[in-house]
Design a binder for this molecule. Structure first.
Ligand code: PLP
Length: 396
């Protein structure tokens, strides 16, 4: 296995795989914040809402009833049944709750399990650049090799079937996509996803689709990849509760996939997590069964903030791609002549605004910063004021 870049010195006693990955570029800034007063954070991608009360209440009730034991390793049967119903209603895909669904510790665990279940040393996984920080690292930790497809603002940060086809080798094991995208907010059109589906059939490929932001869409059409004709049997569909239900701290997600893949993921899950905390599963069950109005309210609110932030960036002279999903804006900071890391560091020290350098998400993220708008309008407006001052000072 050759995942260790030649220039990187190996740390003694640390495995090549652990040595080959970098600490998360998102967390680096997050951890700095607690030591500085008055910082406005546009850094971490987390709803600023508290989990709706009826969801919290169901977890409290489960504790009061003494439901404190392990559950089935696959996840509580009632939760899997409800999830199957939900996936059918929302996306018209039929999953068998007994052997095609696995409840995981967030999409984070589901991603790790997927890679460990699919990849042998040296296998290649094709994925977009920029993309979510965990994608490449999970591939490397599983012994695989990430193969990046550069994406650009001019092309809506989308990948095409042609991009993928050009990178296929006998070692290609899977394609990993995540739309709506973190960090760009791009949403892939149904047509382009259908082209990828046709390619997957032609070359007998597995597609891993991270759809954690499926509910956070603004004026665009969301397409569930597994719902495309012929795709359910070759897709590992990852979803979760963190973003849509403001449940980041509960750590619940799921994988839906053909039963052979779920069985392999289940084995790894059994020996590592065993099961998701029981009270979190009870909360997730209530999230699916209970009223869904709070989601629509949150989405409406995020949309308002999205519009303010994007317009605000453009008004202060930063070119800003129009995000159609998730809760991130990805303005270009090239006009300052700084790298995205320099920009983020200076902005934090001079104006106390935390953003994430685009380079944390891959080479094509250089020249951009990721700003999360899941924060109050008042903070967004103050952040724009401070960033306006900063950009005026450094604009070339
Ligand atoms: N996938 C994407 C694209 C994300 O942005 C995140 C979190 O920010 C995750 C997965 C992890 O989500 P979870 O909280 O379900 O582990």
């Amino acid at each position: 296995m050759k995942t260790q870049p030649k220039t990187q010195k190996r740390i003694q006693h640390i495995s090549l795989r652990a040595n080959a990955i970098q600490p998360s570029g998102i967390r680096k800034f997050f951890d700095l914040l607690s030591s500085i007063d008055g910082v406005i954070s546009l850094g971490v991608g987390e709803p600023d809402y508290t989990t709706p009360w009826h969801i919290r209440e169901s977890a409290i009730e489960s504790i009061e009833k003494g439901q404190t034991m392990y559950t089935s390793n696959s996840g509580m049967p009632e939760l899997r049944r409800e999830l199957a119903r939900h996936l059918k209603n929302e996306f018209a895909v039929d999953y068998d709750p007994t052997d095609e669904l696995l409840i995981t510790v967030g999409v984070s665990e589901a991603l790790d399990l997927t890679m460990r279940a699919l990849i042998d040393p040296g296998d290649e996984v094709i994925l977009p650049d920029p993309s979510y920080v965990a994608y490449s690292s999970c591939v490397i930790l599983a012994g695989g090799k990430p193969v990046h497809i550069p994406t650009y603002e001019a092309n809506n940060f989308e990948i095409t079937a042609k991009d993928i086809e050009e990178r296929l080798t006998p070692k290609t094991r899977a394609i990993l996509i995540g739309y709506p995208s973190n960090p760009t907010g791009a949403v892939m059109s149904r047509k382009k996803l259908a082209d990828i589906a046709a390619l997957a059939i032609k070359h007998d490929l597995t597609v891993v689709s991270d759809e954690i932001y499926s509910k956070l869409i603004y004026g665009a059409e969301f397409t569930c990849f597994a719902s495309l004709p012929g795709m359910k049997e070759r897709t590992v569909f990852l979803g979760g509760f963190s973003k849509a239900y403001a449940m980041t701290g509960w750590r619940v997600g799921y994988a839906a996939a053909p039963k052979e893949i779920i069985a392999a993921m289940h084995k790894v899950h059994q020996y590592t997590m065993m099961c998701v905390p029981t009270m979190s599963q009870m909360a997730a069950l209530e999230a699916l069964k209970g009223e869904q109005d709070s989601i629509a309210e949150m989405v409406e609110d995020y949309n308002r903030r999205r519009q303010v932030m994007v317009k605000g960036f453009r008004d202060i002279g930063l070119n800003c791609f129009e995000p159609r999903g998730a809760f991130y804006a990805f303005p270009s900071i090239r006009c300052t002549g700084m790298t995205s890391e320099e920009f983020a560091e200076k902005l934090l020290s001079e104006e106390k605004i935390a953003v994430v350098p685009g380079s944390a998400f891959g080479k094509c993220g250089e020249g951009y910063v990721r700003c999360c708008y899941a924060t109050s309008l008042a903070d967004i407006e103050e952040a724009l004021k401070r960033m306006g001052r900063f950009v005026k000072k450094y604009k070339k």
